[in-house]
Design a protein around this ligand. Structure first.
Ligand code: HEC
Length: 122
């Protein structure tokens, strides 16, 4: 009986997981997968988390714009590798960085510290 319950429960859980990944398939989410596949986070931070060789990219989209981002993705620099990305991959990565930009601010100096020790972002 216990075995049957375990098996049924496992099937339900795994069915649910695959269901969730189907939902998260927007263009920006595809960009996130390309971000993970190429390990951009080894050198870049998002929301201040990640490597420190390159700059934080949380607000690059609004500060510098999509064409600026794509110029880096297209050629790389002396330090940043050229990943030989397709136009589609570059567009998806830019959509991902736009989504990140829309949902957060990365510079803690711009945060308001509240009396209870938490911070507030505009
Ligand atoms: C080996 C480290 C490294 C990796 C990996 C890397 N970058 Fe960079 N990136 C840099 C550095 C360093 C700079 C700053 C320009 C310079 O000094 O060459 C930069 C600059 C940028 C910029 C311009 C940011 C600004 O504000 O000027 C963007 C956008 C960018 N990278 C996106 C990406 C994306 C997307 C990936 C993954 C596909 C990636 N990078 C992977 C090192 C890296």
């Amino acid at each position: 009986m216990l075995c049957i319950s375990y098996f049924t429960y496992s099937v339900c859980i795994y069915k649910d997981i695959s269901h969730n990944t189907d939902i998260n398939n927007s263009f920006a989410d595809q960009g996130k997968k390309i971000w993970q596949k190429n390990n951009c986070t080894a050198c870049h931070q998002i929301y201040q988390l990640g490597g420190y060789l390159g700059p934080d990219l949380t607000n690059t989209y609004s500060l510098k714009g999509p064409e600026y981002i794509k110029a880096f993705l297209k050629n790389g620099t002396q330090v940043m590798p050229d990943f030989n990305l397709t136009q589609y991959e570059m567009d998806a990565l830019t959509a991902y960085l736009k989504q990140i930009d829309d949902t957060g601010v990365s510079d803690p100096r711009s945060f308001t510290v509240l009396n209870n020790g938490t911070t507030y972002q505009k």
